[in-house]
Design a protein around this ligand. Structure first.
Ligand SMILES: NC(=O)CC[C@H](N)C(=O)O
Length: 201
């Protein structure tokens, strides 16, 4: 089983490390040939406008859209969540996404109240108590289609109730950054999703 981390911009190293600690030798993906070799992909946090621009210039936009349509498991954190959204609010006019999850996200949504913050978020499907979630100029999910499952919402504070974790089929997204807190449960959950999607060879 090969898992890749989209390595155009953002906290690629932290995701590679979290996957390594989850006992998966993950590899950076920058070129279409590297994408062809992976069974699952993580899209890191960073800056979605930069990731979008680089995905176009590295010739990865359409290949990733195609792999998603073909069922490849993908996990996006923060900017990665934005890259997976069908519709992006407050994006740049030329900002592209991979159109994976039938949802509308708002970029920098918490920014009007507070730029970066930490909150507790319980994730359905993941045991062991709520996550200590770190949000950095994070998006939230404003609308979801019928096939999208809400996995987590902010539990307390001004943003209480906001949707910050979702799953649609083989696609998983969180507005927060589990790769920054040493809590490996989201990565392990994703590794399991990939394991289940990969046909036995
Ligand atoms: N921490 C992050 O990934 C921030 C996301 C960034 N604000 C964006 O719009 O892409």
């Amino acid at each position: 089983m090969n898992i890749g981390v989209l390595a155009l911009q953002g906290d690629v190293r932290e995701h590679l490390a979290a996957l390594a600690e989850s006992d998966v030798l993950a590899r950076p993906v920058r070129r279409p040939e590297e994408l062809a070799d992976v069974d699952g992909l993580v899209i890191p946090g960073g800056e979605s406008t930069a990731i979008s621009k680089l995905a176009v210039s590295f010739g990865l936009l359409d290949p990733i859209r195609k792999r998603i349509a073909d069922g490849m498991p993908v996990y996006g954190s923060c900017a990665g969540m934005i890259m997976l959204a069908a519709t992006v609010l407050d994006g740049r006019p030329d900002q592209e996404s991979f159109h994976g999850i039938d949802m509308t996200v708002r970029r920098n949504a918490f920014g009007r109240q507070i730029d970066s913050f930490e909150a507790s978020v319980a994730i359905d499907d993941i045991e062991g108590g709520p996550f200590h979630a770190v949000f950095i100029r994070a998006p939230w999910v404003e609308q979801i289609g019928g096939d999208v499952r809400v996995l987590g919402r902010v539990a307390e504070g001004a943003a209480a109730g906001r949707i910050v974790a979702v799953r649609q089929g083989n696609l998983l997204a969180t507005a927060f950054h589990p790769e920054l807190t040493g809590d490996l449960r989201v990565h392990r959950y994703f590794v399991e999703m990939v394991r289940q999607a990969v046909p036995v060879r």
